[in-house]
Design a protein around this ligand. Structure first.
Ligand code: NAD
Ligand code: TYD
Length: 358
């Protein structure tokens, strides 16, 4: 029986968590294709060193010949597509890579996967799945009191990042409708947890807090996101892969809307308890207000009722338990933090925050 799955972007934040969880929870072979962009980190996969079930391949999802070759060689029963450019602020500074990877790259994956799937026979063809990992940001911004995003919500992406993810979602949908490709799409809210690159809100605040640097809040800090612990996102993807109905979209969320400032206060208070500063001041004193992000979406909220009703999935972590695990992980993994803060990382921080002074 075909057992292998092909995962793309498995050296990034969510992908690496998914790969580690997969080997632990499912234990069947997995081919991990990742370009190792600035966001990809092989060190995150160190626990799998020497494990024959994990086959790492460095390469680009836009390389159709490579994808075709991997599919022919490993004959996967499923593809899970995480690979993407994922940071909104970077998409504002330079959208081109987002178009290339998120749209053109997904298109190339779909083309190679379609050819592979068409050539499969009987049971293998019926069992095959292409699961596309997407975001709630494709739905646009909510006002206070608006209902949370359901799967039927109109797409209204507002950033180059969310527009490129929306385009990829549309391509995935079209490949099902037109060619019958057995696709599944998940649209998830903001993730946090171990291995997240410290350009995103939560790891940036932990890392900057510990280093005594400023904690930059965009605008009034009252923008709302729904936050989901990464392990719960990984379990949702496994569940959709196992039991999702072909062609369907599943929203994934944590039932956990919070304004940014509250998130930052929680992190500061937790650090005050676990790692009090020698001078007795609170980490809150490092908070600074900086110029807002252009086109900043005000509120995201996910209605995760469909995946609960139809597939019985619910998150297991509360924000309190998840953020405790996350802060503890960053405190215990100072070497990982030091290694990802390369010259390229420092250049990004300079570019993003230099023209945002309070
Ligand atoms: P990330 O930026 O941490 O990791 C992306 C990974 O993809 C990196 O390892 C990178 O090297 C790889 N990659 C980039 N371009 C590639 C290419 N052309 N070919 C092969 N590999 C390439 O991203 P993440 O936060 O782990 O997000 C993973 C996926 O989940 C993305 O599709 C993102 O849109 C989606 N998502 C993220 C969140 C979130 O909160 N982080 C929420 C919902 C959905
Ligand atoms: P981010 O982690 O970049 O995720 P996204 O923009 O995809 O939701 O940002 C989460 C929220 O935190 C978002 O409203 C922007 C805000 N933010 C800050 O206030 N300061 C920062 O330094 C960063 C990176 C984000």
């Amino acid at each position: 029986m075909r057992n292998t799955i092909l995962v793309t972007g498995g050296a990034g934040f969510i992908g690496a968590n998914f790969v580690l969880d997969w080997i632990r929870e499912v234990g069947t072979p997995l081919v991990n294709l990742d370009k190792l962009s600035y966001a990809g980190n092989r060190e995150s996969l160190a626990p799998l060193a020497g494990d024959a079930r994990h086959i790492f391949v460095q390469g680009d999802i836009g390389d159709g010949a490579l994808i075709a070759n991997l599919l022919a060689t490993h004959q996967p029963r499923a593809v899970v597509n995480f690979a993407a450019e994922s940071h909104v602020d970077r998409s504002i500074h330079g959208p081109r890579d987002f178009i290339q990877t998120n749209i053109v790259g997904t298109f190339e994956m779909l083309e190679s996967v379609r050819a592979y799937w068409n050539a499969l026979d009987g049971d293998a063809k019926a069992a095959f799945r292409f699961l596309h990992v997407s975001t709630d940001e494709v739905y646009g911004s909510l006002k206070k009191g608006d209902p949370a995003f359901a799967e039927t919500k109109r797409y209204e992406p507002n950033s180059p990042y969310s527009a490129s993810k929306a385009a990829s979602d549309h391509l995935v949908r079209a490949y099902h409708h037109t060619y019958g490709l057995p696709v599944l799409t998940t649209n998830c809210s903001n993730n946090y947890g171990p291995l997240q690159f410290p350009e995103k809100l939560i790891p940036l605040m932990i890392v900057n807090g510990l280093a005594g640097r400023a904690l930059p809040i965009y605008g009034d800090g009252m923008q709302i996101r729904d936050w989901l612990y990464v392990g719960d996102h990984c379990s949702a993807i496994r569940r959709v892969l196992e039991a999702g109905a072909v062609g369907e979209v599943y929203n994934v969320g944590g039932w956990n809307e919070k304004p940014n400032i509250e998130i930052v206060h929680t992190i500061c208070d937790m650090l005050d308890q676990i790692r009090p500063k020698p001078d007795g001041t609170s980490y809150r004193s490092q908070i600074t207000t900086v110029t807002d992000r252009p086109g900043h979406d005000r509120r995201y909220a996910i209605d995760a009722g469909k995946i609960e009703r139809e597939l019985g999935w619910r998150p297991t972590e509360t924000f309190d338990t998840g953020i405790r695990k996350t802060v503890a992980w960053f405190l215990d993994n100072q070497e990982w933090i030091a290694n990802v803060q390369s010259g390229a990382y420092r250049e990004w921080v300079e570019k993003n925050y230099a023209d945002r002074s309070a």
